[in-house]
Design a protein around this ligand. Structure first.
Ligand SMILES: *[C@@H]1O[C@H](CO)[C@@H](O)[C@H](O)[C@H]1NC(C)=O
Length: 257
């Protein structure tokens, strides 16, 4: 009697548990096998001269857990994307690995990632294990794209130092959360709403000659892995009329997916 009551209940509990697990799994991609090396420079962090054009952000963002990518660089579209990277040698490597932001382009011997030294070491279980990983130079890894997370940060526009007010405007976009790509950027006038599509000049750097004048309303196209998943995001704050090379502007918005 007790058994016949118990069994359906435990079956329901098991089914519920399985459904929950299935739901959790669909929220992230499967891991892909590859290889990773580390930057040959002596810096712990990345480089502020990375191909993405992020400047200092490219070296120090995410605590310096950054990486150069080869195919995943995708002509600059991959700049700012986040990946969980874990080495697979069970003697040395932690389960979680490290989460890195792509800030540069670069390739090694069949590698997908050239990690900052800091990020490379953080895949290890201990500092001794890290020393062993460093002596290997290139290691087998599993990786997957994950959401970027910048607590207490809004998407921020950094006007490139090479900009020349008012004739030439270049900028990069910092602190984009989530796991989508910014695939197009427009600048619109706030008064007569004329818009101009910008060019990706290299990496994450968007440029235009003769930008629209007045305060500028930015529009960013966010694209997901699925072709239909495209949406324009329009910040709350405008880029001020008298924008200056080197300045940063808080857009007042953030994305999470
Ligand atoms: C982000 O933008 C909102 C306005 O949308 C603002 O209230 C908030 O202070 C900003 N956060 C930071 C960290 O600047």
């Amino acid at each position: 009697m007790a058994v016949s009551l118990w069994s359906p209940l435990s079956l329901v509990a098991t089914l519920l548990l399985m459904l929950t697990l299935a739901g959790a799994q669909t929220s992230s991609d499967p891991f892909i096998h590859s290889r990773a090396a580390y930057y040959p420079n002596s810096d712990e962090q990345g480089t502020d001269r990375g191909a993405c054009g992020f400047g200092s952000f490219g070296a120090t963002i995410n605590g310096g857990d950054v990486s150069a990518a080869s195919d995943l660089y995708r002509n600059g579209v991959g700049c700012g994307a986040c990946y969980q990277v874990k080495c697979t040698n069970m003697a040395y490597c932690s389960d979680k690995g490290v989460t890195v932001v792509i800030t540069d382009s670069g390739s090694g011997d069949r590698t997908d990632f050239i990690l900052s030294r800091r990020a490379f070491g953080r895949m290890a279980q201990t500092t001794d294990a890290a020393a062993s990983l460093f002596s290997l130079g290139v290691v087998d890894i599993d990786y997957r794209r994950v959401s970027c997370s910048y607590p207490n940060k809004n998407i921020t526009i950094k006007i490139d130092e090479n900009s020349n007010y008012p004739n030439y405007l270049a900028f990069v976009i910092w602190y984009q959360q989530g796991r989508k790509d910014i695939t197009a950027v427009q600048l619109c006038e706030t008064q007569n709403f004329g818009c101009k599509l910008l060019d990706r000049s290299y990496g994450a750097v968007w440029t235009t000659t003769s930008p629209p004048s007045g305060p500028l309303s930015l529009r960013m196209l966010f694209s997901g892995a699925d072709e239909d998943d495209q949406s324009w995001v329009v910040p709350i704050n405008n880029i001020p009329q008298d924008w200056k090379a080197g300045d940063t502007y808080d857009t007042g918005v953030q994305v999470n997916s």
